[in-house]
Design a protein around this ligand. Structure first.
Ligand SMILES: [Zn+2]
Length: 160
C-alpha cells in the first residue's frame, strides 16, 4: 500500500474516532505495520474497525482484525502467467493505450462479458521458475555488482 492509500484509510478512521487518538507517533507505528499490506485488505480491515469498535482502535486491534479477515477471505488469487491473475491483458500495441482485454484463463472468464477477449499472441508477464532461478544464480549477482564498480586505476599505472 502506498502512503497516499494509507492516509486515505486513516482519514476514514479519524472521521469516526477523534483524530486526537491518532497522533503522529501512533500513525507512524500503524504505518510501519500497514505498509506491507495490500490496500484492498487494509481497507476491509478499516471498515470492520469502524463498524465494530466503540473506541478508537490501536495497533493490536488493527493486527487482530486484519488476521481475522485474512483467514476468512478465500483470497484465491488465480494463477496465470499472462495476466498475473487479474483476468485482464493490456495491449501495448493498441491504438487505445490502457485498454484492457479479457484473458482466456479462469480469471479472464470472470470479467464482465462486455470486455473483449484477447485474441492475439499471449505474452508471459510472470517469469517462469527457470527464469527466476537463473536470475538468482550467484554468478549473475556477482557479475552484475561488478558492473556497478568503477574501475580502479592503480596509481603506479598513471606514473609510468
Ligand atoms: Zn489470465
Amino acid at each position: 500500500m502506498t502512503r497516499q492509500e494509507f492516509q486515505t484509510q486513516m482519514a476514514r478512521l479519524m472521521e469516526v474516532f477523534n483524530e486526537k487518538n491518532y497522533p503522529d507517533e501512533r500513525l507512524h507505528q500503524i504505518w510501519e505495520w500497514a505498509k506491507k499490506i495490500d490496500n484492498a485488505l487494509y481497507s476491509l480491515t478499516v471498515s470492520k474497525l469502524i463498524a465494530e469498535q466503540e473506541r478508537a482502535p490501536l495497533l493490536p486491534k488493527f493486527k487482530e482484525t486484519f488476521l481475522e479477515l485474512k483467514l476468512k477471505l478465500p483470497m484465491a488469487k488465480l494463477e496465470c502467467a499472462y495476466c498475473d491473475g487479474s483476468g485482464l491483458i493490456l495491449d501495448p500495441d493498441s491504438g487505445f493505450p490502457g485498454t484492457a482485454y479479457a484473458c482466456n484463463c479462469p480469471a479472464g472468464h470472470q470479467v464482465p462479458s462486455y470486455v473483449v477477449r484477447w485474441n492475439k499472441v499471449f505474452v508471459r508477464v510472470v517469469p517462469t521458475k527457470e527464469q527466476i532461478l537463473e536470475a538468482r544464480k550467484p554468478k549473475d549477482i556477482i557479475l552484475n555488482s561488478f558492473k556497478n564498480i568503477e574501475p580502479v586505476i592503480d596509481e603506479a599505472e598513471i606514473l609510468f
